[in-house]
Design a protein around this ligand. Structure first.
Ligand SMILES: Nc1ncnc2c1ncn2[C@@H]1O[C@H](COP(=O)(O)OP(=O)(O)O)[C@@H](O)[C@H]1O
Ligand SMILES: C=C(OP(=O)(O)O)C(=O)O
Length: 338
């Protein structure tokens, strides 16, 4: 059995040597840094703590950088904005949005923020003002994802800051790249070309499947990456949510058929953002991801910004181990029968 990769996401909630050490002791053997929120140079202190914690826990972790890539996000907010259901919010002025959004926001267009947690509907566009009605509200914080269902926006594979981060990757001990919104083989060929030019070819490539283009072109893009990531946060925005498990299964089936390692990620212990114990359905999700053959699993907000990063990692790794034990038992039984 291949070694299971168990990742946490580095963020303010766990950027502490003792917490990270506990997470490594629990079974974490990889960490992801989301460069949509920081650059490598800003993260120097966190990475030093991370390397020290890993050494003290005697773990040699994989260290992945998640690029900005072609992902759309709102800008930095000075303070959280409370979006009131039925109220009006102006994108482009109150909340900064990427320039590419203009031209893709007809009246009636739905806009999903923060992996679909918030839902807006465009009422009118006046110059730079995209006036929206809030359908699902709540407390919105900086740099959350923005999705425009049914709209196709051409974006470059990497941003200038991604290139700068890639240039520094080796110096910071990075082992792999998570490339967001991979749409087809061309995206990965372009990424590989840039990686070659920046002398960063030793980095493993994790292709995040986050929209239906990526799902449709999966078999053709497999040869150009080392791992597939079923990035359910954004992927869930691309379909009615009840179809997400079916699409996850479809991706898994293709990865199994082509012997491509794949990771299952996002909201695996979402309730532990605020609670010290998970729900029954969350532990089942983790168990079956591992039992069905995932090569890796990853916590995102739970360790980056949640209230219980240590406890979340402990539940995560223990549940994964219980699935691995069943797999070992089944393999041993099968061997005995032959
Ligand atoms: N390096 C970081 N610095 C500050 N905040 C971070 C960092 N990484 C993650 N976060 C916070 O944790 C949240 C969840 O992390 P993640 O799942 O990686 O982000 P997102 O859902 O925005 O893609 C982020 O939205 C952000 O508020
Ligand atoms: C992990 C994911 O990516 P991000 O954190 O960039 O939304 C996801 O969409 O599932």
């Amino acid at each position: 059995m291949e070694k299971l990769e168990i990742y946490g996401t580095l963020g303010p909630a766990c950027a502490n040597k003792e917490i990270l050490k506990q997470m490594f002791f629990s079974g974490m053997n990889g960490i992801r840094l989301n460069l949509s929120h920081v650059n490598l140079t800003d993260s120097q202190e966190w990475l030093t703590i991370l390397h020290e914690a890993a050494e003290e826990a005697n773990v040699e972790p994989k260290l992945l950088i998640d690029m900005k890539g072609p992902e759309l996000r709102i800008g930095k907010l000075d303070k959280p904005i409370h979006l009131i259901e039925g109220g009006i919010v102006c994108l482009g002025t109150e909340i900064a949005v990427p320039e590419q959004v203009y031209g893709h926001v007809p009246v009636g267009q739905r806009i999903l923020l923060d992996d679909g947690k918030f839902l807006l509907e465009v009422q009118e566009v006046k110059g730079k003002n995209i006036i929206c009605k809030v359908l699902h509200g709540g407390e919105l914080t900086s740099r959350k994802s923005l999705a425009l269902p049914q709209q196709h926006i051409q974006m470059p594979v990497l941003t200038p800051s991604d290139m700068e981060n890639l240039r520094l990757a080796k110096k910071y001990g990075i082992t792999g790249i998570m490339q967001p919104f991979v749409r087809n083989a061309e995206d990965l060929k372009a990424l590989k070309q840039i990686v070659r030019e920046l002398d960063a070819e030793s980095l493993e490539i994790y292709a995040k499947i986050e929209n239906m283009d990526g799902v449709r072109h999966l078999t053709e893009l497999l040869p150009y990456c080392d791992h597939i990531v079923i990035a359910r946060g954004d992927l869930g925005n691309a379909m009615p949510l009840y179809e997400l498990p079916m699409v996850q299964k479809h991706i898994q089936d293709i990865c199994h058929a082509y012997h491509k390692p794949y990771m299952v990620v996002t909201q695996m212990l979402h309730s532990m953002m605020t609670q010290p114990t998970p729900t029954r359905s969350e532990v089942s999700d983790i168990f079956y991801a591992v039992y069905h053959g995932a090569s890796g699993i990853m916590l995102t907000g739970e360790t980056a910004a949640g209230a219980y990063p240590k406890e979340a990692m402990s539940f995560f790794a223990q549940t994964a181990r219980s699935a691995q034990n069943v797999l070992k038992r089944e393999a041993a039984n099968q061997k005995n029968q032959h």
